[in-house]
Every structure is written in structure tokens, then in C-alpha cells.
Design a binder for this molecule. Sequence first.
Ligand SMILES: Nc1ncnc2c1ncn2[C@@H]1O[C@H](COP(=O)(O)OP(=O)(O)OP(=O)(O)O)[C@@H](O)[C@H]1O
Length: 671
Amino acid sequence: MATATLGAHRCRLSKVGASRRPPPARVRVAVRLRPFLDEAAGASEPPCVQAIDSSSLEVANWRNYQETLKYQFDAFYGERSSQQDIYAGSVQPILRHLLEGQNASVLAYGPTGAGKTHTMLGSPEQPGVIPRALMDLLQLTREEGAEGRPWAFSVTMSYLEIYQEKVLDLLDPASGDLVIREDCRGNILIPGLTQKPITSFTDFEQHFLPASGNRTVGATRLNQRSSRSHAVLLVKVDQRERLAPFRQREGKLYLIDLAGSEDNRRTGNQGLRLKESGAINTSLFVLGKVVDALNQGLPRVPYRDSKLTRLLQDSLGGSAHSILIANIAPERRFYLDTVSALNFAARSKEVVNRPFTNERLQLHVLPPVKLSQKELLGPSEEKRTRGCEEEDTGSLEPAAAPAPASQRFSPLQKLSNMDPAMLERLLSLDRMLGSQGSQGTPLLSTPKRERMVLLKTVEEKDLEIERLKMKQKELEAKVLAQEATEEEEKNSLSSVQSLSHRTVTVAKPLKKAVVMPLQLIQEQAASPHTEIHVLKKRGRKRKLKTLDNSEPQEEEKVEDCWELQICPELLAHGRQKILDLLNEGSARDLRSLHRIGQKKAQLIVGWRKLHGPFRQVEDLERVEGISARQMESFLKVEDLERVEGISARQMESFLKANILGLAAGRRCGPP
Ligand SMILES: Nc1ncnc2c1ncn2[C@@H]1O[C@H](COP(=O)(O)OP(=O)(O)OP(=O)(O)O)[C@@H](O)[C@H]1O
């Protein structure tokens, strides 16, 4: 007895960065054998497929009837298996991933007439995977999203078919061929595809049943109601965290009933049917090539060679938990189709996906809009007397259908000359209050006076945070400078010449309250230590000593001389930060730099106004006293012409004092 050894290659994904890649999840493969459609035929001929156990089967080898081909899958469902067996055994377990913001897909594959539509759709008496999954998913989201649970859920559905390489919206058949796109994270999108919100199974049926009627089916010799297209039901589960940090997740479930591969000698297809069959077979052929490319780790996976594979890009070798249900028929006349479907299934089981949680933090930073004091304070006294409600909704219209998000925030937009970070916090606060139920008073609906008080409090807190951050930066720089001095002393004392450098792990600075995309946070987390190399011996320096009023004289003793050596990346980063500060910082910001007092800060600002931006940090040396005339026209600060600029000698110590501190603060985000 020979055993098939198919799909022996392990799939290697073409993307790099293995350490940060999500854990792999192999495409799971189940095989379902449909019963004989004609019982009489079943009684007279044995099925061409034999079950071995619940996950393996054997097929006679047509080249040598003394042999059988054995196949091992994740599950094998025999003729007597019910719709519930397939659903509970293979599909239900992946639904939970959707509630974790991950993608999942179920594909029914197999030759025409082998039972794909029966498996996916079923009948009212024997509902298939689609109605069962929807029923469970809606139930799950209801339970998990109940009041008091951390997440709120919303579910939407879209339904499309790929017919002769056209993507058609089954919920809006008039929309024409749609385009498939990919976002920056590799998610496949179809702009313009109808999305219907569904909250109950009745909702789902209301949309799904008529849309199913729009699917292209036709009669062939092998199937009276043969699907002439690939049908894709997309169910999106959006979830929103009710409390801070207000994460949002999106999980997508693809339920796909593929059109069957067709041998046109047996289907007797002609004309349109033949053309349809050509498109179906071509896309299934490309599907096979995609699976092979993934298995062999080829650098190019031909996803774009057909609409079907383009759509399945994030399900095969992509980000979804995928299950392939290969449907096969027992009749001998299906033998070759059966072996070919089993071979495809065996290859697919080697494909490895990398599902990840599709999560982001809510960030609606509004562009700052400068408004007059009058606009800031809202309508006039006279208008104020009309009542807070009208004023605070920012509209004279009575409350109607919920406005789009951008409009809902319009009252806050009036105050948007504030720091965007503060606005974001307010919006989050508002959403939090809003999500507490209709009784809660969202911040934006509070009377203006209270709102202003709240805004002021938040502003004060932000200022305090800023002050603390400045202080922290100063302390960090001091500690580093002190460490450097201690090290210098230590090295001088021990006179260990061989020591060329030492590595210091910079104390982790407090995190700045910046909302960052999860991916960015993960990337930053991947480099846990910031290393600065300090104290490289430069040589020996003669110490000069001044004797009385005479000229400086050389002292006999020579001292070791040490210099800071910072890793070049950090050095460049620190310099850039200083440069940014010099070009964009206010006089107050500039004072956060070491060796820059109030007057020098004003001088720099004045210089910038006169001469344009600094091109490099060293341009500071060019800063010198500004003439009284220039001062009058630009600064109106009388005594700056007496302030000296920064000399070349001061420059070195200025850089040392500042670069280290600023570079050490690199993980805190932009200045
Ligand atoms: N497990 C099953 N039990 C009973 N009848 C089945 C089963 N599977 C399929 N059938 C019946 O077999 C016939 C063909 O099935 P179906 O239309 O699902 O095939 P298909 O693979 O979707 O074909 P096509 O690719 O041409 O659309 C249908 O009449 C269906 O009811």
C-alpha cells in the first residue's frame, strides 16, 4: 500500500522580522464527503472514498488499483455527518477570534455538485455554516457587549460575488464591478461595497435572503443549480472599549462558497456556461498556484492574478484563521475531481497564516482652528438667554438622526485652538460619558460655563505635566553628567589605560501621554534599552596654571582627558532635537536647554526672526547681540543688544550638556 506524501514543504512567509511576527496558525483543512444523491446508485457501487478514522481517508489509486492513496486532514466528515457536526467541529471554534479583533475565513472548495453550497448555506431544514455562524456570532456579541462589559460590539455584513472576474455587490446589484484594494497593514478592502448593520438574526436574513437570490446560478449536466460565481459573505465585528484607553478592534469573517471546478467534457457546458466555467477554472487554478507559492516560500505569490486570490490575500498566507472545507462526491464519475480536490486540500493544509489583533487607539485630533475670543465664548448674551440646550448642541435644528462623528464634535471644535492632545483627552472623556448610557451627560452637552471650567482644569493639569516633564529632563541630564564625572574620576584614579568605554543604560524616562498606534508601540517595545557609550579616553592634557598676574604657565602635572562618546544615532537624534527646538521653540521652550537663560533665549528667537531658521546647531555661534534698532522693530526688548551670543568655546559644553539629556528623552516622543 502506498501512502501519499503530499504538501511536504513547510510554508515560509516572505515577510521579514520574525521576532515581532505574530504566532503562526496553519490553515485547517476538513474534508466532507457528501452522500450518494441517487440512493439506488449508492446501493450498486461502493463510494470511491473510504474513511480510515475521523481525520483520515483513503482513495483507490487509479494508476494501480492494488494501491490506495491515504490522506490525513484536521477532520474528515463522512456521508452520514450532519450540518451540525461540520459546524461544531470545524467552524464554531474559530468564531471567538473575531471577538479578539482577528480575522477568520471559511472556504468551501470542491468540484461542481460536491456539496459546497449545501455545506455553507444548507436548507431551511438543514441550515449550513453561514446561518449557524451568524446566529452564534450575534449571540456572542450580544453577551460580550452587554451593559457593564468592557467592550461594545457592532456587526455589519456585506455580500458579494466574483462572476467572470467582476466583483459584484449582491446587496446592491446595480453598483457594477468593484475594485479590490489593500491598506498599509495588508488588509483587503473593497471601497463602495455595501455594509449593512445587523443586530439580530432576523436583520441578517432580511438582507441575506434577497441578496442570495441575486447570485448567479445556472443548470449544468452535473448540477441543476450550479453556482456560476464565487460567493463571499463578509461579516465585520467592530468593538469599542467602553473605558480608557478606548481601544477599537475590528475582526472580519469571510464565509466563502467557491464555484466548483468543472470538467467541461462532463458538464456539457457551451456558450455562456463555457465562458463562466473558463473564468471559474482559471481563478481556481490561480488559487492552486497561490497555495503552491506559499508552500514553497516563493518570493512572489500570484495573489493579483485573479480577483478571487486577491480577495483571499489576507486569508491564505495572510492574517486570518482559515478553514478550508473540501467537499467531495462519492460517485465514481467524480473520481478524478475528488483526487484533485484532495490534493489541493493536502497542499493547503501546509499554508501558514499569521493572524494578529487588528487594534487601534481612538484618535480624532482636530486641526487647530484659531477663533476669535467672541467665537470662543460662544453666542452673544442675547442668544445665551435662549437656553443652554440649543447653544450647546451648536445647532438650531431640533435633535434628529445621529450626526456623523465630525459634526458631533462641532461644539468642541469651537475650542480647538487648544493643544490637540488636550482635545483628544476631552473627546475620550466625552465618549466615555456618552457610553455610560443616555442618562450620562456627555461633556459636550454640558452648559458652557461648566464646560469652560472643565477645560480650564484640564489645561492646568496639562501645564503641570509639562512642568514635571521639564524637571525630569533636567534631572536626567544631571544624573548622566554626574555619572560621567564619577566615571572620569574613577578612571583617573585607577589609571586603567585599557578601559576605552563603558555602557550605561539610561534610566527609562516617564512615558509621555502620547497616543500612538499599537504597531508603533510594539516596535518601540522591541528595543528595550537605550545605550549611550560614555567616556572614551581622548589623550592627556597639560594643566595650565596662572601664577599671580603673570602669563599662564604650564604646570608639571598632566591629566588624563576624557570625552563623551555617544552612539552616533543618539547623537544625531539629540542634535536634531536641539535644532528643532532652536527653530520652533518659543523663548520659554528654549530656556529648557542648559546654558540658555531668559535673555539668550530671547536673543535666539530674535536672531531667528532676523536671519531665518538655523541650519545646524553650530549656527548658534553666529548668534550675537542684536542692535538696538533691530531690537525695536522685532523684539521690543530693550537690553538684548548687550547680551552676548554663544562663543565657539561655549558651544562644546552647550552640546554636551544638552544632547545627552535630549537624546535620553528619545523614547518620550517628539519634543
Ligand atoms: N451532505 C449532503 N447531504 C445531502 N444532500 C447533499 C449534501 N451535499 C450536497 N447535497 C446535494 O447535492 C446537490 C449538489 O450540492 P451543491 O449545490 O451544494 O453542490 P456545489 O458543490 O455547491 O455545486 P456547484 O459548485 O455546482 O454550485 C444539491 O442538491 C444538494 O442538496
